[in-house]
Design a protein around this ligand. Structure first.
Ligand code: GDP
Length: 444
């Protein structure tokens, strides 16, 4: 997962200072030495590290900490605030042109994830903002880039404008804009030509497209896993072309985090989105504060709640509540719940957003849990309708049949039945409490 190494080291460091009733200058010094090492090890730009450590040190030995009642906590607060500032403070928005279509140029080197991100961004614009984008295939140099974008368009059921690889990217962009106006597309995402390295020819071409299309945003797509190389690429593109924001891809595989922590400080341009996987919905808005919280092990409940809201069907939630109240909760509902949770994404990713989750032992073995969930699903699916509603009737013979049908064992079936019973008992208690609470006027 992203930032794993840095997160571990920083958390160990702040753990030492957390409970301190008094924080001396030498405590701060010692802590900063470790923070510095942790950041350098995470491949954060050395100048950025120097500035960061300086700022945190100054604030930590200042009034705000020393005079506070909980100096240990206060130092951590300073670290978190500065980490947030480092990544850009307030979250930045995506432009909306007053005269549509809004034009977004996607730029970057080959392999960074530019084409994939173009598809992801189009998906996000439609899903979250109800927009109607046109995708433009102007990367005529990477073999298969045009085909790839066309495939993405098909998957998303979105229009893709292409003129093959024999027409210049500038001409493609020009005709695409006309087409978007004709078809009333409110966003135009231009997947521009990538190269293996930055060269004059590439920059000239991009500048021409920029001049012609007058883009509202120029998003540079860089691969987080390339660390400081990504920072250097961002710096060059920004100097030569002027970018408006960065999309950091493959953060899901970046255990160090150097690029994420350095890009803003070096280029003064914000990271707007992060790629968290290969799938089309794996693009997230970048929230510096939430990221800082995650790095410091304080969890990211806001993202978790947003995920839940985006995926949980409200009607279903109400129905479930009713069932819980009347104790009509069956294995079918249980299966439904599992489905809802799974829609939110891989369990290990979800758990990592919870405060303190990284301290739970065996987090690395969560893959196994996913497998267990599939077993649970298979077991429930192998039950008859009657059994799902009245699990009491499941005798030894039925257990054997269910185990066979689901490719599991009788022990696993037993375990699930027991868990289900316990869950029901717990719910009974909870709904009981809720009723009592209601009478006394508590809100839950
Ligand atoms: P382009 O040459 O810049 O257009 O790169 P592509 O869009 O073809 O992406 C290169 C590879 O990176 C593909 O295999 C993508 O699936 C993969 N990729 C892109 N974004 C992400 C991401 O956020 N996470 C992961 N794990 N893979 C990604």
């Amino acid at each position: 997962m992203a930032f794993e190494g840095l997160s571990d080291r920083l958390q160990n460091t702040i753990q030492k200072i957390r409970g301190k009733g008094k924080v001396s200058e030498s405590d701060v010094k010692e802590m900063m030495r470790e923070v510095r090492l942790a950041l350098l090890e995470a491949d954060v730009n050395f100048k950025v590290v120097k500035d960061f450590v300086k700022k945190v040190s100054e604030r930590s030995v200042g009034q705000e900490v020393m005079k506070s009642l909980t100096p240990g906590q206060q130092v951590i607060k300073v670290v978190k605030e500065e980490l947030t500032n480092l990544m850009g403070g307030e979250q930045s928005q995506i432009a909306v042109s007053k005269r549509p279509p809004t034009v977004i140029m996607m730029v970057g080197l080959q392999g960074a994830g530019k084409t994939t991100t173009t598809g992801k961004l189009a998906n996000l614009l439609r899903k979250k903002y109800n927009r109607n984008p046109l995708l433009v295939a102007a990367d005529i140099y990477r073999p298969a880039a045009i085909k790839q974008l066309e495939t993405l368009g098909k998957q998303l059921n979105m229009p893709v404008f292409s003129l093959g690889d024999q027409v210049s990217p500038v001409e493609i962009a020009k005709q695409a804009l006309e087409k978007a106006k004709e078809d009333h597309n409110d966003y135009v995402l231009i997947d521009t030509a990538g190269r293996l390295h930055i060269d004059g020819e590439l920059m000239n071409e991009l500048k021409e497209i920029k001049e012609l299309s007058n883009p509202d945003e120029i998003f540079l797509v860089v691969d987080a896993m390339t660390g400081q190389d990504a920072v250097n690429v961002a710096d060059s593109f920004n100097e030569q072309l002027g970018i408006t924001g960065v999309v950091l891809t493959k953060l899901d595989g970046d255990t160090r985090g150097g690029a994420a922590l350095s890009i803003r400080a070096v280029t003064e341009k914000p990271i707007k989105f992060v790629g968290m996987g290969e799938k089309l919905d794996a693009l997230e808005a970048f929230h510096p504060e939430r990221m800082a919280s995650r790095i410091l092990g304080m969890g990211d409940m806001l993202s978790l709640i947003e995920k839940a809201q985006a995926n949980v069907d409200e009607e279903k939630a109400k129905e479930l509540e009713q069932k819980l109240r009347t104790m009509n909760f069956t294995f079918d509902d249980f299966l439904d719940q599992l489905g809802q949770v799974r829609k939110m994404g891989p369990l290990d990713e979800l758990l990592k957003m919870m405060p303190g989750a990284n301290k739970i032992k065996g987090m690395g073995n969560l893959q196994i849990d996913e497998k267990q969930i599939s077993h649970v699903e298979a077991i429930i699916q192998s039950m008859t309708k009657k059994e799902k509603v009245n699990p009491e009737i499941i005798n030894a013979g039925r257990k054997k049949r269910i185990a066979k049908g689901s490719g599991t064992s009788v022990q696993e079936v037993n375990r699930l039945l027991k868990q289900f019973e316990e869950m029901k008992k717990m719910m009974k208690q909870m709904t009981g409490m809720q009723q009592k609470g209601k009478r006394k006027g508590f809100k839950f």
